[in-house]
Design a protein around this ligand. Structure first.
Ligand SMILES: [Zn+2]
Length: 412
């Protein structure tokens, strides 16, 4: 059997995904495995066990990023890297991130059991805190590794209960000794579910993203005046929640008014004191704005700020809006993107050129190494929800594309 005929074992990939789905699985069939929690520790332990089974050289860095390396014939040459993340959203799905880690694992298992030697070392990675739900911003592990964020700043990020990233990492025993610092990477491939409806709509099996939309994350703080819900007349109120509600509606309306590929979302809100018979005096909510065009995204953020100020003046509720994170749009390496496309075609899979609306670790790795992604369809375009799913045969198809992309990059 030649190297071209090599295929992953779809059943084994499925079993691996199903095994991980039991760690932090929800009654609704989804996942609740926030970064650096006890569930995350268990999933990491499983992953490390699987890396050991393949005899890989394991490195855990000071951000908790886990690497498993399979030596090539020329280990001094830049290595080929692939992976994604094992952390999930609250009530997220079984595939987001996990498919990229298990797909790379399955590719390495296939290479290993067929005793295939490669010129370059191939490494697999599980990045820490891709989701950014517990510790914002997203992609902290890959962001520090790529030199975009400072390690100590990342350690100081706190969750809603005040626990810091550094403490949580220490507590689960995954604060490694290796510096979280980039090294030469010849090619990085991240395999992922699409998380949107495009592939299903066009009826193609493999998505070939050219890059990732730029993202701005802001936090808005609205201030009102608390008072008794009964005696306070309607015209004497400064209701922070009502002001926030009007702002949220405007965030939702703006993309239609500004046009282009703009999307804008309010996904998280805290209301204080959050009692049915008190007029709310403090509200915090998040704003997520995305576009391929960075200056357009910045204009949209400014437009939203202006609107918030107008609403705040009208309602007598001061507002403060802080941008806590932004990332410009990412363009992947055209050679690697071409390779994904060609490999998918050679394996007989229909494919489609697109952009990614979701952020990925690839966005930071792309800044320091040639990068490409491989997408497979999300049924109904649903993701970050418990019903998130992808057909097993598509999972297998994408893993085969990844396998052959890895082999080609590792042998050049
Ligand atoms: Zn993901």
């Amino acid at each position: 059997m030649g190297i071209k005929d090599l295929r992953v074992k779809g059943g084994r990939l499925r079993a691996t995904i199903e095994e991980l789905a039991r760690i932090g699985g929800t009654a609704g069939g989804g996942m609740h495995r926030l970064t650096l929690t006890e569930e995350d520790r268990q999933a990491r332990d499983r992953f490390v066990h699987w890396l050991r089974e393949l005899g890989l050289e394991i490195t855990i860095d000071e951000m908790g990023n886990i690497f498993g390396k399979r030596q090539g014939r020329n280990p001094q040459r830049a290595m080929v890297l692939s992976g994604s993340h094992l952390d999930t959203q609250p009530k997220g799905g079984r595939f987001d991130g996990i498919l990229g880690v298990t797909g790379a694992l399955e590719a390495l298992r296939t290479i290993h059991e067929n005793r295939i030697e490669t010129e370059r070392t191939i490494a697999i990675v599980n990045w820490t805190d891709e989701e950014g739900t517990r510790f914002a911003p997203a992609m902290l592990g890959s962001g520090v590794w790529a030199g975009h964020f400072d390690r100590d700043w990342a350690y100081s990020r706190a969750d809603v209960s005040g626990i810091r990233f550094g403490e949580a990492l220490e507590k689960i025993g995954y604060r490694g000794k290796a510096p979280a610092r980039k090294w030469p990477v010849h090619a990085y491939y991240e395999y992922h579910i699409e998380q949107g409806p495009v592939l299903e709509k066009v009826g193609k099996r493999i998505g070939v993203p050219r890059g990732i939309l730029g993202i701005t994350w802001s936090d808005a703080y609205v201030e009102g005046e608390a008072n008794q819900a009964g005696p306070t007349p309607m015209n004497a109120r400064r209701d922070a929640l009502v002001a926030a509600a009007e702002m949220i509606i405007r965030v939702n309306e703006l993309p239609a008014e500004m046009g282009g590929d703009l999307v804008a979302t309010v996904g998280e809100i805290q209301n204080s004191p959050n009692s049915r018979n008190i007029i709310p005096d403090r509200v915090r909510f998040t704003v997520d704005i995305r576009s391929w065009d960075d200056s357009f995204r910045n204009r949209a953020t400014e437009a939203i700020k202006k609107e918030f100020i107008q609403i705040s003046q009208k309602r007598g509720c001061p507002v403060k809006m802080e941008t806590i994170w932004e990332i410009s749009h990412t363009e992947f390496d055209s050679n690697l993107v071409g390779r994904v496309e060609k490999t998918a075609s050679q394996l007989g899979h229909s494919n489609y050129s697109m952009v990614s609306g979701a952020g990925h670790d690839a966005a930071y790795v792309c800044r320091v190494a040639p990068t490409a992604m491989i997408f497979v369809p999300s049924i109904g375009g649903r993701s970050h929800v418990e019903v998130e799913t992808t057909r097993w045969e598509d999972c297998e198809a994408g893993a085969n594309v990844l396998l052959h992309c890895l082999l080609q990059s590792a042998n050049e």
